[in-house]
Design a protein around this ligand. Structure first.
Ligand code: MF3
Ligand code: CO
Ligand code: CO
Length: 273
């Protein structure tokens, strides 16, 4: 395992890439209403990237064994866990959709983040899933500081999610990120405290839990990308890119339109500042 440690220039590059990735989500947000298609979301995202001077990390992305990914973003609706491919089906009231945006700046730095969007009024169960998954992400983030271990992040997320009767997807994880899309380490969203790699200032990685209402099992669709829940239950995901700092962490994928940080995080950040 070789984890890259970002120096001052790398941190500056990551701050910019991640802010821009978040701003893409800000810019598409007002448009995500009943009747929009995920292809519309893809096009609006591509246009926002063009205005920024960034490019999509996902379009044409082809890890070994996969077909090239066709979208500028991933759009994962309802029972889709992740890597949903934008299509021409309109979103309707009651749907939930994850939009996952990864940009590459002109300097070659990657910023990766995703948010859930609720289309019109959604069911109580769907709203609760989205809200609890957001809190789970932040609970994981709030574990980050030098000396903590990756297992502390995974454990915090798993304990919270399973404590609410939901399940954590195991097959996909957060990841180191920098001048590559996916670097070491793998950031699992389950685990045991005090295990795994020790966190060191200058590391940058994502935390992006996928949480299902039903069982954790997943299935891959024939397009080679789309992942759905095996039991067809709803699934949600949120993602931030974080930097390990000397005193704790900095969430890099924040911008004016980011949903408010939960109070439980603000409290702890003050206590340790
Ligand atoms: N952005 C996703 C992540 O969080 C990866 C998407 S890969 C794609 O790691 F090819 F599906 F776009
Ligand atoms: Co990611
Ligand atoms: Co992502």
């Amino acid at each position: 395992m070789s984890i890259t440690i970002k120096d001052a220039a790398g941190i500056a590059g990551m701050r910019e890439a991640c802010r821009l990735a978040s701003e893409v989500l800000d810019q598409i947000t007002p448009h995500i209403v009943p009747g929009i298609t995920t292809l519309d979301i893809d096009r609006l995202s591509a246009e926002a990237m063009a205005r920024q001077g960034t490019r999509s990390a996902t379009v044409g992305y082809q890890p070994p064994g996969y077909p090239p990914y066709p979208g500028h973003v991933c759009t994962s609706v309802n029972q889709v866990v992740c890597h949903g491919i934008p299509n021409d089906k309109p979103l309707k009231k009651g749907d939930i959709v994850n939009v996952d945006v990864t940009v590459i700046t002109a300097d070659g730095w990657y910023g990766d983040n995703s948010r859930m969007f609720e289309i019109g009024e959604v069911s109580i169960a769907a709203h609760r899933l989205c809200a609890l998954t957001f809190d789970a992400m932040w609970l994981g983030i709030d574990q980050v500081r030098p000396g903590a271990r990756l297992g502390d992040i995974g454990h915090a997320i798993q304990k919270f999610v399973e404590g609410h009767g939901l399940s954590v997807v195991r097959e996909f994880c957060g990841h180191g990120i920098g001048q590559k899309f996916h670097e070491d380490p793998q950031v699992l969203h389950y685990g045991r405290p005090g295990t795994g790699e020790e966190l060191v200032p200058g590391m940058t990685f994502t935390i992006e839990p996928m949480v299902n209402v039903g069982r954790r099992d997943i299935k891959e669709m024939n397009d080679g990308w789309t992942i759905v829940t095996k039991d067809r239950s709803l699934s949600a995901q949120w993602e931030h890119t974080v930097l390990v700092t000397p005193s704790g962490y900095e969430v890099l994928t924040l911008s004016a339109g980011s949903p408010a940080t939960p109070d439980f995080v603000k409290g702890m950040a003050q206590a340790t500042a």
